[in-house]
Design a protein. Structure first.
Length: 213
């Protein structure tokens, strides 16, 4: 096999799901395809997340001699502290109507989260370009945060393009001129976007101030 194809296949393998036993979960960070009786699934492993999602089905009732797979989500880190979202909301409030950004990162060894501001390249009331923050030790990105100034929180087509190759949670804080800003949260997993219907109440509480700025 061509060395380039061999390298690609080793970095992103395809596994035929066994019918008579459970397929072994990935034990190291990476991605792979699972071909199962009930479709094709993407499995993703990160230090903070184990995820399986269906990405394709079969259009004919061909007998597939493999086992079945169930979509799953397993969080390997602690719950993201709402107060870090509140700190970011304060940052966003201070610079509005301009946009800003930060990462919430997590260390597998210390199991600690922290908010890491990004390096702003340019920012306006409707756009943000930045450099990722410097990470310490074994820290990894868990949540990518950015603000929308006075505009509502939502995920734009630009966000979709930017997040298409990432595995992370994403947070947008909008209406930063209000006492309670708007909040949008979603999971991004290699082009899969799953937006929560509403952010947890604790995040709104953490982001709220007593008076609008």
């Amino acid at each position: 096999m061509n060395i380039h194809d061999l390298t690609l296949q080793r970095s992103f393998p395809t596994v035929m799901v066994p019918r008579n036993e459970t397929v072994a979960e990935m034990d190291a960070p990476g991605e792979r395809l699972l071909v199962a009786e009930n479709g094709v699934f993407l499995e993703i492993r990160r230090p903070w997340l184990s995820l399986v999602r269906q990405i394709a089905g079969f259009t004919v009732r061909t007998a597939i001699p493999y086992g079945r797979v169930t979509p799953s989500t397993r969080l390997l880190c602690n719950t993201i502290p709402a107060d870090l979202g509140g700190v970011f909301a304060g940052m966003a409030r201070e610079v509005h109507p301009l946009e800003t950004g930060a990462w919430i990162v997590w260390s597998p060894s210390t199991r600690a989260f922290r908010l890491a501001p990004v390096g702003i390249v340019t920012h306006t009331g409707g756009s943000l370009k930045y450099q990722p923050p410097a990470l310490a030790g074994d820290e990894v990105l868990v949540m990518d945060c950015h603000s929308h100034g006075r505009h509502p929180a939502y995920f734009s087509s630009t966000d979709n393009d930017d997040d298409r190759h990432d595995v992370k949670m994403a947070l947008v804080i909008g209406n930063c001129d209000r006492a309670t800003p708007s909040i949008a949260v979603r999971l991004c997993a290699k082009g899969i976007f799953e937006e929560t219907e509403r952010a947890p109440a604790s995040w709104y509480q953490a982001a709220r101030v007593s008076e609008a700025v």
